[in-house]
Each structure stands twice: as structure tokens, then as C-alpha cells.
Design a binder for this molecule. Structure first.
Ligand code: ATP
Ligand code: MG
Length: 435
């Protein structure tokens, strides 16, 4: 059996013979001894000392196995334990020109992402991502939501045509899914509260630090809920994910220079701001936005909130903020109109602290067949592709709603990473489909 470095680093193991496999992370050759930092297959690192004659020709990132005795030495990096090895076996000798170094340009790190994954930073991010997914799934399971999956190849757009990916589907046109929502809505009428984790695709043409072309979309939908119910689910879910990740991944968070204690304080209730309050706050700060025609002016009632305005709203906040009740005009066709506030939707976006902005968007869906049909017509959408969706309102419609959460947005906030490309191992952007 071979061990990992974290299992080895314990007072009980001192003097014991161990076998360790991994990759050469750092290498320092001296006359008699060679000092190797080995990185195991979970990213743990420990120092190994081997006689230099056994490490002739060894290179950075070669894959090796060593066998030796565990010693305690406070001078040893990575926790004060090391292995004095007498045997070294090489699985794969790495070429000398390993392209990932400490001071590499971001572009090269992206071009060589398949190798850059081996850096401690990327390993930490990948582990945090795994925790986020695990705690999300745990929360839904514990709260009796059923996990479902929806098709990725679809005929009906959810978020509007401008970010649709068209594909040739035999002899017809189809799209890559932008959201599983319409399918979750149909499932919620036979399975109750449901959730899914599927990739969503958006042809995002503007380059921002929070948009990917392919992202992991966590979506949830439930029957007989009102907007407040949907907000409660989100604050519980997000708090559970964030707190548990802070608890279980504190080492990784510290490595990424994030404070786990700050995350542990994220708990319900989150702050709530109406859309109009948000606009007033932003106008008081003279928040400037760019209109579709390219002009710049102060934000006003009716505008959508963009990255800058969301940053302005959340940069000093201590807890996430729900912005509630956007105008229907800036939200998709399926949003239900607020009966007490004409022209406004029963929707809310959740904005994360530290200026990170939107991480979820959700609300109540239009459940009336006539109102929904009118909206589809008003937006000049292809009726035939939505006929199945309208059926849901023809046969036993009920009030229902849900939300969508971008996993990478959440990871970006938790890890305090500026660029969303770094929260996913193989990012897809307008200019990048490889590796
Ligand atoms: P934005 O206004 O930031 O473009 P959106 O309104 O298009 O977001 P929704 O369609 O409501 O977003 O999607 C639900 C959630 O999915 C968002 O709150 C966000 O967390 C995530 N999301 C949306 N688009 C992207 C993207 N291009 N990359 C990563 N995550 C995304
Ligand atoms: Mg968008």
C-alpha cells in the first residue's frame, strides 16, 4: 500500500517505513542528498530526501514512488515531517521543459490548463468546488427535494435569442440549453420540489469576469410556493453550502487568501431591498450605466442592474442581498407579474457580498395560460416551440416558482477570486475552447 502525505504526517508514524507515490513538485540536488517535495494525487506535499545517486536525471513533474522512513524535523517544509528514502522508482520521467512555472502569464496558464491544474491554487479551487457541489446535494437531499436531469439539446430558448447556441440536429435546428427551468416546471407537477445540476450554455459575447459560455447551473423548482418561500429556500441553501465549505475547506480557503470566519457568518435572513430602493440607492450614488445605444447616463427606474451597479450595492454589505421585484421588461417571458404592482415581476436576484453581485435569480412563473401566451406573442417568440410548455398551463396549472444558481458564481464569491475563468478547471469563453 502507498500512503498520502497527510496520512504520513503524524507523530505515530515517526520511524515507520512508508511508500509514497506522486509527482516531483520541487527538486534541490546536493552532492550527497537530493531534496524532493513530492505532491501526491490529492495535492498533499511532503519532503523526501534520497541519496543523489538514486535521483540522477530526475526532473520536475516526473511521477515517482519512494520508500523510506518517516522523520520529524521542524526544519522540513510543509509541516515538519519528511521521509528519508532509499528507494526511488520512476513511473514517467518528465521532459525538462515543463511549461508551468511560478511567474507564468495568465494566458499561458490557460493554454496549458491541463498541466496548470497541478498547481496548489487550482487544486484548492477544485476541492472547494467539490465541497460546494456536495453540500448543495446534501441540502436538497436532507430537505426532500428530488434530483432530476433535463435535456441539453432543446428547441425552446429560456433566456432570449442573443445568447443561444444553434446546433445542427439531423435536418433541423436545435439549441444548447440555456437553462433547465422549463423542464423542471413540467417535472414539478408530478414530482413536487425538484432540482437539477446541468451545464447551461450562453453565447456571451462580452468579456466579463463573471460570464462563462458553459457553466454549471443548479436549478430548483417547486409547486405551491410564493416568492418569500423561494427566497427562504435560497438563503438556507446558500448558507448551508457556504458554512459547510468554510468548515471543511478552511485550509484551501486560507491558501486562496479567503477568511473562512467571514463565510461562517453567512446565515439567514439575508438582506432584502426592493428594486425601487436599489435604484434610489444607486441614483443617490450617481451610478452611471451604458444604454443599449452606447450612451452613458445615470441609472433610472426601468433599467436592469449591471455588474457595476451590483458591485456598488454590495461592496460594503455584510450579508447577501435579495433585490426584489424587477420590471417585467428586463426579465424573461415566463416571469409572473406582481398583481399588486403592475409592470413589475415576482422575481428576485441574490447579490453576494464584497461587490460580487448576482449569484442567483429566481421567482414565480406565469401560471395562467392566457397571460403566458400573450407574453410569448409580445416577445415575438416561435409559438410552436413553446406549445408543450403552454400545455402545463392548460392541464392543471398551479402557482409555482424556483431559481437558478451559477455554481461558478458561487465558487467565485466563496474563494474571492476575481476572474470566473479560475473557478472552473476547463473554462469556455468566446475565445477559448481548448484545452
Ligand atoms: P447576468 O445578468 O449576470 O448575465 P442572467 O440574468 O443572464 O445573469 P440567469 O439567466 O438568471 O442569469 O441565470 C441564473 C444564474 O446563472 C445567474 O444568477 C448566474 O449565477 C448564473 N449565470 C448566468 N449566466 C452565466 C454565465 N454566462 N456564466 C456563469 N454563470 C452564469
Ligand atoms: Mg446573462
Amino acid at each position: 500500500m502507498h500512503s498520502r502525505s497527510n496520512d504520513i504526517k503524524s507523530p505515530d508514524n515517526v520511524g515507520k517505513l512508508v511508500t509514497l507515490r506522486g509527482w516531483v513538485h520541487r527538486l534541490r540536488k546536493q552532492k550527497d542528498n537530493t531534496f524532493i517535495l513530492i505532491r501526491d494525487d490529492r495535492g498533499g506535499i511532503i519532503q523526501v530526501i534520497v541519496p543523489s545517486e538514486k535521483a540522477v536525471g530526475l526532473t520536475i513533474e516526473s511521477s515517482i514512488e519512494v520508500r523510506g522512513v518517516v522523520r520529524r524535523d521542524v526544519r522540513a517544509p510543509e509541516g515538519g515531517y519528511e521521509i528519508k528514502a532509499n528507494e526511488l522508482k520512476i513511473f514517467g520521467l518528465a521532459q525538462l521543459d515543463y511549461p508551468i512555472g511560478e511567474y507564468q502569464s495568465p494566458e499561458i496558464l490557460l493554454d496549458k490548463r491541463h498541466l496548470a491544474l497541478r498547481t496548489r491554487r487550482m487544486i484548492a479551487i477544485a476541492k472547494i468546488r467539490a465541497f460546494v457541489l456536495k453540500f448543495a446535494r446534501d441540502w436538497f437531499t436532507e430537505n426532500d427535494w428530488i434530483e432530476v436531469t433535463a435535456p441539453i439539446i432543446v428547441k425552446s430558448a429560456v433566456e432570449g435569442g442573443s445568447t443561444l447556441f444553434r446546433i445542427k440536429y439531423f435536418d433541423q435546428e436545435a439549441f444548447l440549453s440555456q437553462s433547465a427551468q422549463l423542464y423542471l416546471e413540467s417535472m414539478t407537477f408530478c414530482l413536487g420540489p425538484v432540482w437539477s445540476l446541468t451545464p447551461s450554455f450562453r453565447a456571451e459575447k462580452s468579456r466579463t469576469v463573471r460570464h462563462l459560455v458553459e457553466f454549471s447551473h443548479l436549478e430548483a423548482e417547486a409547486p405551491w410556493v410564493n416568492l418569500e418561500d423561494i427566497l427562504n429556500v435560497q438563503e438556507q441553501l446558500v448558507s448551508a453550502i457556504v458554512q459547510n465549505t468554510a468548515k471543511h475547506a478552511s485550509e484551501e480557503l486560507v491558501l486562496l487568501k479567503t477568511d473562512p470566519n467571514e463565510l461562517r457568518r453567512i446565515e439567514p435572513p439575508f438582506d432584502r431591498l426592493t428594486y425601487l430602493q436599489a435604484i434610489e440607492t444607486l441614483r443617490a450614488k450617481d451610478c452611471i450605466i451604458k444604454t443599449e445605444s452606447g450612451d452613458q447616463r445615470t441609472i433610472q427606474n426601468g433599467d436592469d442592474l449591471n455588474i457595476d451597479s451590483e458591485r456598488e450595492l454590495t461592496k460594503d454589505s455584510r450579508r447577501p442581498i435579495f433585490v426584489i421585484g424587477y420590471p417585467l421588461a428586463v426579465k424573461p417571458f415566463y416571469v409572473k407579474e406582481d398583481p399588486l404592482n403592475k409592470g413589475m415581476g415576482l422575481v428576485a436576484d441574490l447579490l453576494a457580498t464584497r461587490g460580487f453581485g448576482e449569484i442567483t435569480s429566481g421567482g414565480i412563473r406565469e401560471d395562467d395560460v392566457n397571460a403566458l401566451t400573450k407574453r410569448i406573442e409580445k416577445e415575438n417568440m416561435d409559438r410552436s416551440s413553446y406549445d408543450w410548455y403552454i400545455d402545463l398551463r392548460r392541464y392543471g396549472s398551479v402557482p409555482h416558482g424556483g431559481f437558478g444558481l451559477g455554481i461558478e458564481r458561487l465558487v467565485r464569491w466563496i474563494t474571492n477570486i476575481k476572474d470566473i475563468k479560475d473557478t472552473v478547471l476547463f473554462p469556455r469563453t468566446m475565445s477559448r475552447v481548448t484545452p
